[in-house]
Design a protein around this ligand. Structure first.
Ligand code: FE
Length: 366
């Protein structure tokens, strides 16, 4: 277990990006978004393979497929992908034990990386390249996992029905004035669990429970659907306010579908808690599996994903915030301006996860 840090460790950082219109999960690269569990090679460089790296990933964005193909082309190392939800992948690695075929685990949430670390499924990696390319507050001090992209979980609202000034914080979502107005996905979603973990870390479990009860009372409908589904429901008049990850807003705004772009145009974006702790930020990241058969390829692969060229792709194609200090967010994301991000240590998102699940249960948040 690594040392819990002082504020200095997770230094306060400002992320460029104001009135966000970014989004995530774009189009799923193979077929399903989160449930698919089928191995596939990306195809490039197969003839001259200098080896293999087997990647278990919860990410499901077209960008990644293109990135992996580039890696194959440049290194000759074949990338084999198993895509599924992080919990299923972690379970699988656990069951496989020493015989696992996984070399790299990629998740869309720091909490799941911490969980894998706590289960002893990841190994510590020292890499000067990774340490240079990824700021210290976005990776495990002992090298069990490394952040590859950042995403903020923000509030979106119907511009014709809500004033941004009335929703300055996550806490304000629990105010009685929003009864029947709030749209948010279910409590088994890891983005919500990490948001709740951050609220518990800041306010304690009791206040977090009171907040969760307030939000449940204010829900426009039982939690269901994706982040993009919540935005569409605002446009459809089911509610006025939703909580979503930034890249999903960007993907809606730049969608090929005119309908999606219209939805995005109706929404305003709020980075919450700019007057105090800042907006909740999570990472998508990777770790080398403890019993990896191809450790050096695994390290090389993660180094590649944190390189400026790869970071640029994460930023431009998926509207995520890069972790590499010299890479800028996409033009769209940059146009939103700077915002203050919560400086809570990412470890807390995993450490408080089980408490978060308990709070959701007690609050009746499905
Ligand atoms: Fe996502």
């Amino acid at each position: 277990m690594y040392a819990r840090t002082s504020q200095g460790f997770f230094s306060c950082f400002l992320i460029r990006g104001w009135s966000l219109w970014a989004a995530c999960c774009g189009l799923l690269w193979t077929s399903g978004c989160q449930k698919q569990d089928t191995p596939s090679a990306t195809g490039a460089g197969l003839g001259k393979a200098a080896g293999v790296v087997k990647v278990y990933t919860h990410r499901h964005y077209p960008t990644d497929k293109a990135l992996f193909a580039r890696f194959e082309k440049e290194t000759g190392i074949r990338v084999e992908v198993v895509q599924n939800a992080a919990d299923a992948l972690i379970k699988r690695i656990e069951l496989q034990g020493k015989n696992t075929d996984a070399d790299v685990l990629i998740t869309v949430d720091a909490g799941r990386l911490v969980r894998a670390q706590q289960k002893g499924l990841l190994q510590p990696i020292r890499s000067k390249v990774l340490e240079a390319q990824i700021p210290a507050h976005l990776r495990d001090p002992k090298g069990h996992w490394f952040g590859l992209t950042r995403r903020a979980r923000v509030i979106v609202y119907a511009k014709d029905r809500v004033k941004a000034a009335d929703l300055p914080t996550y806490e304000s979502l629990a105010e009685a004035r929003w009864k029947g107005k709030i749209l948010i996905r279910s409590s088994n979603n890891i983005y919500n669990q990490s948001l709740m973990a951050s609220i518990i870390a800041h306010h304690g479990k009791e206040k977090a429970l009171a907040w969760a009860k307030g939000v449940v009372t204010n829900m426009a409908r039982n939690p269901k659907g994706s982040d993009r589904g919540q935005m569409k429901a605002i446009a459809g008049g089911e509610g006025d306010i939703a909580v979503v990850n930034t890249y999903y807003i960007g993907l809606m705004q730049t969608s090929k579908s005119e309908k999606d772009r219209k939805v995005a145009s109706m929404l305003g974006v709020i980075f919450p808690n700019q007057g105090d702790r800042g907006a909740h930020v999570n990472i998508s990241g990777a770790g080398v599996v403890r019993h990896a058969r191809n450790k050096s390829h695994a390290v090389q692969f993660i180094e590649y994903l944190s390189s400026p060229a790869a970071q640029q792709m994460f930023a431009e194609a998926n509207h995520e915030y890069p972790v590499h200090p010299s890479v800028q967010p996409s033009k769209l994301v940059s146009s939103w301006g700077d915002f203050r991000a919560d400086t809570i240590h990412l470890f807390q998102l995993g450490d408080k996860n089980s408490q978060a699940v308990e709070v959701f249960d007690q609050a009746g948040w499905r």
